[in-house]
Design a protein around this ligand. Structure first.
Ligand code: SAH
Length: 384
């Protein structure tokens, strides 16, 4: 398989671990990682490769900086530091987003917008976040600024749209805190709907600026198919979709289930999930904004049951309280979608100790050129 040339920023960026490594070799390394960590639980299926390993990221983030001559650039923070490495193009990011970042740098200078200086805490414009939806062509531009007053905002949007008519919504996000978090709490829609829509597994999903959405849309369809196949639904099940984001897995599973309950901590994501159910006319799904562990503990305490629990936690994995409550809810199946095989191993030990059988371990390559690997694990209850 052809591999394009090594990225010139790779040494300082730290985003890609496998620059210059042929794709087949990257897959072999990931397969070995998963086998080493999880092989003790059972056979590890061959990793599902990405058809397009480059330019896949649908979410692109640039930090604004300014050089001595006054030129504005966007870049990324150097690994483990707050120095900005100027980057003009990234081989794993959507190319339209790359072009928009470049335009935004030029426009920031043209419109004389003050660039945020982290050391002094001065300036207005901090970051740009661009999210693209390949299936619909919609693109969201989020400008992270320190103050809600953005000079010449209407002309700015007009010029951006003139140069990139593909931008369908522009949002200002206010973040005046000296934090490494990119987004602040408040969003102001400057243009369009304030969200974009993507089509995934035949359903239409809206996503807001701060809601989580899988960064590789093409491989997400592959991942979700594995998760839903592992659930082997017959139409009679109550399914819990824990750590559900904007409801994607649960809504994709809903037509095969009796009922879906999604739980998610991010309020905006839950709002999107509710809207997504309505948008797709799915009436057997509801969503709760809560900590997934607390929600499960409460459900178990109320004597509720579930037939299938799907969980897709962040890299830190799930919790002992969550897993104990799963045992109380007594589902026949658990489907664990994990983006970190280390925490997955820790959590699978807990499941195994309480009598769960690990039936299938399927790695999926969601993040080519990086060391990250996604794994879907199907578990079956064995105790009575
Ligand atoms: N299943 C979704 C999201 C997976 S990412 C998808 O495929 O798109 C993990 C999600 O867990 C994020 O949306 C994050 O906001 C959420 N999350 C993080 N900690 C949580 C917690 N303690 N309880 C519930 N949700 C949490």
């Amino acid at each position: 398989m052809a591999t394009i040339g090594k990225c010139p920023y790779s040494n300082r960026c730290g985003g890609c671990d496998y620059q210059g490594v042929p794709y087949e070799e990257q897959l072999a390394i990931k397969q070995k990682t998963v086998r080493t960590l999880l092989g003790g639980f059972g056979k590890v299926e061959p990793i599902l490769a990405a058809e397009h390993p480059e330019y896949y990221r649908n979410k692109v983030h640039g930090v604004f900086g300014r050089d001595r001559k006054g030129n504005v650039y966007t870049g990324i923070y150097e690994e483990n530091s707050h120095r900005i490495v100027p980057v003009r193009g990234c081989m794993i990011e959507d190319q339209k987003a790359t072009a928009i970042l470049q335009t935004l740098s030029e426009m920031a200078r043209q419109f004389k917008i003050h660039i945020y200086d982290e050391d002094r805490g001065t300036g207005l414009l901090r970051h740009a976040l661009i999210r693209t939806a390949a299936s619909t062509g919609e693109i969201m531009v989020v400008l992270v600024i320190t103050d809600p007053i953005f000079p010449s905002k209407n002309n700015f949007v007009k010029e951006l749209r003139r140069r990139h008519p593909e931008v369908t919504t522009v949002v200002l996000n206010i973040n005046d805190r000296p934090t490494s978090m990119v987004l602040g709490e408040r969003n102001i829609v400057l243009y369009g709907k304030g969200f974009i829509e993507d089509v995934l597994c035949g359903l239409r999903f809206r996503l807001s600026p701060s809601a989580f959405y899988q960064v590789n849309s093409e491989q997400t369809a592959v991942l979700y198919k594995q998760a839903i196949d592992a659930a082997a639904l017959t139409g009679t099940e109550r399914v819990i979709d824990a750590y559900c984001g904007i409801g994607t897995i649960g809504l994709c599973a809903a037509k095969g289930a009796l009922e879906v309950i999604g739980v998610e901590l991010n309020r905006d994501a839950v709002r999107d999930a509710v809207a997504n159910a309505r948008r797709n006319e799915i009436k057997n799904a509801r969503f709760v904004c809560a900590d997934a562990g607390d929600f499960m503990v409460n459900m178990a305490a109320e004597g509720e049951t579930a037939d299938v629990v799907i969980l897709d936690p962040p890299r830190s994995g799930s919790t002992a309280a969550f897993i104990e409550s799963v045992n109380k809810l007594r589902p026949a199946k658990v489907v664990y979608v994990s983006c970190d095989p280390n925490t997955l191993k820790r959590d699978l030990e807990l499941f195994k100790k309480s009598g769960w059988k690990i039936r299938r371990i399927q790695p999926v390559d969601m993040f080519p050129y990086t060391k990250h690997v996604e794994t879907v694990v199907g578990l079956q209850r064995t105790n009575t």
